[in-house]
Design a protein around this ligand. Sequence first.
Ligand code: ADP
Ligand code: MG
Length: 364
Amino acid sequence: MQSQIPRLEIRNLTRRYDRRAVVNDVSLRVMPGQVTCLLGPSGCGKSTTLRMIAGVEMQDSGEIYVDGRLICDTVFRVPPERRHIGLMFQDFALFPHLNVAHNVAFGLLGNKAEKFARVTELLERVGMGRYIDAYPHELSGGEQQRVALARALAPKPSIMLMDEPFSGLDNRLRDGIRDETLDILREEDTAILLVTHEPQEAMRMADEIALMRDGRIVQQGAPYNIYNSPIDRSAVAFFSDTNVIRGTVRGALTETPFGHFLAPGVPDGQDVEIVIRPQHIKIDFDRNGRGPNPTPQDGTPARGVVVRARFMGSESLVEFRMDHDGSILKATVPKVFLPEPGKALWLMIRRDRCFVFPNRRGAV
Ligand code: ADP
Ligand code: MG
């Protein structure tokens, strides 16, 4: 199979403010018809990256390519309006004094009839055909967002840059608009680079996630891989609550109150952190000989006392204080499970679902 040329590629992009690299050697590819998501906490450099791609800000080093052609390095620079890049931001601000039709037609070339045809086509696409004469203040947030999408799509951009575009919408609207927006963009074969600080949004929308931290991409891959093979403890914690158990490696094993954990390739004496998501802590309801023994996967049960239990909607979150060291462990249990504080229960850890990382601070 012939390898596809990325629609958008950035290579070694760096941007400094006051000598601090806020974007630090970032490389990324976005394929046509695909959604790549730049995911990271606020301030990690996502918007700055997007602004450089859009051409409204210059990098200190690195290159940007569209369809394999250089559009920007530190010497050569295609101006923003000639990059065929569409933009959608959270404050998508439609022009308040223009009606919907004129807002969508704003960046379009061609004669009046051609523009009108494209405007009506797009408004139909986003389900806003009947609002063609309306003014922005007459529309709800979700409707304005649809018009903004139509406006961004009107010049047929080959790349769409979206910077937290859905964060201004309330939850109920958001899922629907998100999915519709993606369907429309995919039909147009646009390459999408979406920026968000919300892991759920990234998981829901992205074909590929690039996890960003302090100006760098620390991990990149399909959502499934990012979630299930996180590169370090922070990468786990970014997606969910975590529990951490500390131990020291002896003979490629770490012994804990929950039994042995494998630590292949980790040298003797190295301190490690075993990181477990709350949904992978199992409560051993059969502990008192009423059922089967735990499987080898589940290791040795350890006892804890319920501190607090809360119902979260589709699951319950139970916090335990562990007998062996007084630490707190969080477990989620499907549906309703609200044991009284003070109740003792036995907990097990799904060994195939936990992550063992060297504890750098504790390293010898
Ligand atoms: P994100 O979009 O991930 O929240 P930004 O790209 O907006 O992050 O910002 C990254 C860092 O760069 C932040 O620490 C921010 O304060 C800083 N920054 C952004 N723009 C400027 C600027 N024009 N001058 C100085 N610092 C800036
Ligand atoms: Mg930002």
